[in-house]
Design a protein around this ligand. Structure first.
Ligand code: BES
Ligand code: ZN
Length: 850
């Protein structure tokens, strides 16, 4: 049964739960269609609460019996939970429920994946396992006994006892129910160990299905590096005797930080050189770090309520970004993050789904695991660190861990430690958490008698529910360059706090060129009217690697926009500037590869929309094709040199150095393919001994309309490997020509290996369709209709994954009237589907009400 009228939850309505939980004992009798869960929970009245109504969440549970202090009761049960009369003194709640993991396709609660039992409880999945106060501010120790005829039985904490067909686990650290986990299956372990800073030995296991043992080594190394890094940089030590990671094939998200038992989408942990790309390796290293770092930022200190989600996610994304910067190249990581933020967070923040980093209301919390809460949330931490400085940041974090260990906290608690550690007033800074929308930064300058005045202006467009915006605290990193490219002033942080503010630099020998927003010091849109020549100057001379890249990016974006709106041809400033960068052997390969990147078609559509044009997806696609062709011709003579410079002689390693070379080599191959029709790519395909190069070569061929044979050889070679087959499905849709994308996707949905109930496979096809901008938006609307068909079909099976994919439609108001009408028809069709989930209902109504 689904809700007739969805209810909205408000942050302002928060009240503590009426009871505290002193301990939880759970026993699981596993059976695919009738698992029995017995709970024994010690409650006592919460002295800090005023409401002592006893309500326990519970959904899709069959209550077998319940008792209080040993006396059987008949509580009132609805589809949301139960209420009961309880003593005013401490009492023991006991219940037995039955659940059906074998039919749980939503992948939330206890479910089955490839014959194994596993759980996903964040955010509100524990209520599908047993009756419980399923809210993050209720924390307790857990003891879990698992009975089942499977060889491996895992839960949180440390193993305490075991026998034939059962195992018991004790987690001594109080935790909210969303961090509960259970896994049972025929699994094999890749094991290692780690000695912590205080000398304790921790057993590390990566549990996988038999056959996947060869894909564990990299993840294990990443885990050990993460553990060491968190000790070295944050002074955080691991706190159990064992750390288990399990890989599962069916998982809605990337990975989950359950205490002592992280559960990973197999795509986010399993890797080998033959089956994984360099990008896969980098992502795996980051996700392992991320989930491990949650042990302190999320688990030991958790969130009071789900409105505070950014407290753990923003901070942990920030921490994993720091880790990646330290393990790899800091400028390259920063550029990647800026690209991602602009590609994913900016459209969200400037469209119908815009919401504050700390939202004030929601209908379905699963819809708020967004790029805004994660990535903008991480940017806020970065700005805070920039504003207070590294030493104060470290002091504040020490205070945070000391003051709040074991607690469920709020953003107010977080900011308070910074105020206490630094004496700074952060009340204006706090607007970053409450105001949605991306601030725009305007710039004007003045030069007279050796004095340079930089005037900065900020403005944020209205967003849903927020018409008036107040000025935010924006740290703007600025450096000044002289006419010959020398640095006249090193980077300094200007604190913009007013709507408009001027900053004066005096005693300068010559009119400087300002390099603004260095290192992407704030998640804002910089609106600066530079000429191509000025951008080319910064591209050649900026001493800040981020802004040097940014100069090239702006130059190429302006070039493309002029090609689209004015039929212009690519100018020499861009083409020669690019050539100079590619020739600069002082720049590392990864950085040079980034310089060859282009804004996405969707970003160009957004930019056109901002300029008052209606984006034409086909015109955008054509401009990119033309620019690529022109670029290939322009750098033609350099290509042989790039190919030889990027040969890797050593055995494959997914490190920053080698993957940078392969990225540049791959970009060079793509350009070469535009000149030789695919001859070199065909050779590269045959020669490739790793997935990065195999997939890279295949992509070149498919983009050139070739590669039929290679594509089927690839299938034959990899049909046994699900993760590689996801790539095979995805690639065909991503690289399909605009007029063929929807048909290609449709044909693939009829393929015997298209298992649409598996989120990875579903996303491989439908996610790729939504990302193929010109294909998805091809005239006629076949792409829209196909995606809508599949969302309607998936919704009753897996609402979470369905709802997330609705965001493909969030930008619909940018496009022409025909496309808007076509999309609207599909949105309404989805909205009118009987019994649509709460998840999808909320997403579609927000998008429709744009
Ligand atoms: N806590 C989340 C996983 C999660 C998200 C569970 C939504 C339930 C609902 C986890 O820490 C996470 O953030 N995972 C990310 C990857 C990470 C590297 C940003 C994910 O799963 O995509
Ligand atoms: Zn997380």
């Amino acid at each position: 049964m689904r809700d007739a009228a969805p209810t909205t939850i408000y942050l302002k309505d928060y009240t503590p739960f009426g009871f505290l939980v002193d301990s939880v004992h759970l026993t699981f009798d596993l059976a695919a269609h009738a698992t029995r869960v017995t709970s024994r929970i010690a409650f006592r009245p919460n002295p800090d609460a005023s409401d002592h109504q006893f309500f326990l969440h519970g959904e899709e549970l069959k209550l077998i019996r319940a008792s209080i202090d040993g006396a059987t009761i008949s509580p009132e049960v609805t589809d949301k939970g139960l209420t009961a009369d309880v003593p005013t003194a401490p009492f023991i709640w006991e219940a037995v429920v039955e659940i059906d993991p074998g039919n749980n396709t939503a992948l939330e609660g206890l479910y089955m994946s490839s014959g194994m039992y596993c759980t996903q409880c964040e955010a509100e999945g524990f209520r599908k396992i047993t009756f419980y106060p399923d809210r993050p501010d209720v924390m307790s120790t857990f003891t879990v006994r698992i009975k089942g005829d499977l060889p491996v039985l895992l839960s949180n904490g440390n193993p305490s006892d075991q026998g034939e067909g059962w195992a018991e686990w004790v987690d001594p650290w109080p935790k909210p129910a969303y961090l509960f986990a259970l896994v049972a299956g025929e699994l094999v372990a890749h094991s290692d160990h780690f000695t912590t800073m205080s000398g304790r030995d921790v057993v590390l296991n990566l549990w996988v299905r038999p056959g996947d043992e060869g894909k564990c080594a990299f993840g294990m190394e990443a885990l050990k590096k993460s553990m060491k890094w968190d000790e070295d940089v944050y002074g955080r030590e691991y706190d159990l005797d064992v750390f288990n990671i399990v890989a599962v094939d069916d998982f809605n998200m990337g990975a989950m930080e359950n205490k002592g038992l992280n559960i990973f989408n197999s795509s986010a942990v399993l890797a080998s050189p033959e089956t994984s790309t360099d990008m896969n390796f980098e992502r795996i290293e980051a996700i392992i770090a991320h989930e491990y770092f949650h042990n302190w930022t999320g688990n030991r200190i958790t969130c009071r309520d789900w409105f505070q989600l950014c407290l753990k996610e923003g901070l942990t994304v920030f921490r994993d970004a720091q880790f990646t910067s330290d393990m790899r190249s800091a400028p390259v990581k920063r550029i990647h993050d800026a690209i991602d933020l602009r590609a994913r967070q900016f459209p969200e923040d400037n469209g119908p789904l815009s919401h504050p980093v700390r939202p004030e209301s929601f209908q379905e919390i699963n819809n708020f695991y967004t790029s805004t809460i994660y990535e903008k949330g991480a940017e806020i931490i970065g700005m805070l660190k920039t504003l207070v400085g590294d030493d104060s940041y470290a002091k504040a974090l020490d205070l945070y861990f000391e003051r709040h260990d074991g607690q469920a906290c709020t953003i107010e608690d977080w900011l308070q430690v910074f105020e206490d550690a630094t004496g700074r007033d952060l009340s204006q800074f706090k607007r970053w958490y409450s105001q949605s929308g991306t601030p725009r930064l305007g710039v004007s300058e003045d030069w007279a008698d050796g004095t340079y005045t930089l005037t900065l202006r900020q403005r944020t467009e209205p967003t849903p529910g927020q018409d008036e915006k107040l000025p935010q605290v924006i740290p703007v990193a600025v450096g000044l360059l002289g006419p010959n490219g020398d640095e006249l002033r090193e980077t300094e942080i200007l604190e913009l706090t007013e709507a408009e503010q001027s900053f004066v630099f005096s005693g300068l020998p010559a009119k400087p060129m300002a390099s603004i927003l260095r290192g992407f010091s704030a998640p804002v849109i910089l609106e600066q009217d530079h000429s191509d020549a000025e951008r080319a100057f910064l591209l050649a001379h900026d001493t800040d690697p981020f802004n040097r890249w940014q100069a090239g990016r702006s130059l190429v974006q302006d070039t493309l926009l002029r090609m689209i709106t004015q039929d212009a041809t690519p100018g020499a400033d861009y083409l020669d500037g690019l050539l100079a960068v590619l020739l600069d052997a002082d720049l590392d390969a990864a950085y040079r590869a980034l310089m060859l990147g282009l804004p996405t078609q969707s970003e160009l559509a957004a930019a056109l929309h901002e300029q008052g044009h209606t984006p034409d997806p086909m015109a955008i696609w054509t401009a990119i094709e033309t620019l690529r062709q022109t670029t290939a011709q322009h750098v033609q003579d350099l290509l042989p040199r790039l190919h030889s410079e990027t040969v890797v002689d050593e055995p494959y390693a997914p490190d920053a150095q080698q993957s940078g070379k392969r990225a540049l080599g791959g970009a060079a191959l793509a350009l070469t393919t535009r000149l030789d029709g695919g001859a070199m790519a065909a050779q590269a395909y045959t020669r490739a001994d790793n997935m990065t190069q195999q997939l890279g070569a295949l992509s070149c061929l498919l983009r050139a309309g070739k590669g039929k044979e290679e594509l089927s050889a690839f299938y034959d070679q990899w049909r046994h490997d699900r993760l590689v087959m996801d790539k095979w499905f995805g690639l065909q849709v991503s690289l399909a020509a605009p007029d063929a994308a929807a048909q290609t996707a449709r044909t693939l949905t009829e393929h015997a290996d298209f298992n649409w109930k598996n989120p990875n496979r579903f996303r491989a096809v439908m996610g790729a369709l939504a990302m193929n901008h010109a294909g998805f938006h091809a005239a006629g609307g076949a792409g829209y209709a196909l995606l809508a068909d599949w969302l309607v079909r998936l919704d009753p099976v897996n609402p979470q994954t369905t709802a997330r994919m609705c965001s493909a439609f969030q930008t619909w108001k940018r496009y022409d009237a025909d496309r808007q009408a076509l999309i609207k028809t599909q949105l309404q069709r989805i909205a009118n589907t009987p019994d649509l989930s709460r998840d999808t209902t909320e997403m579609i109504s927000r998008i429709l009400n744009a």
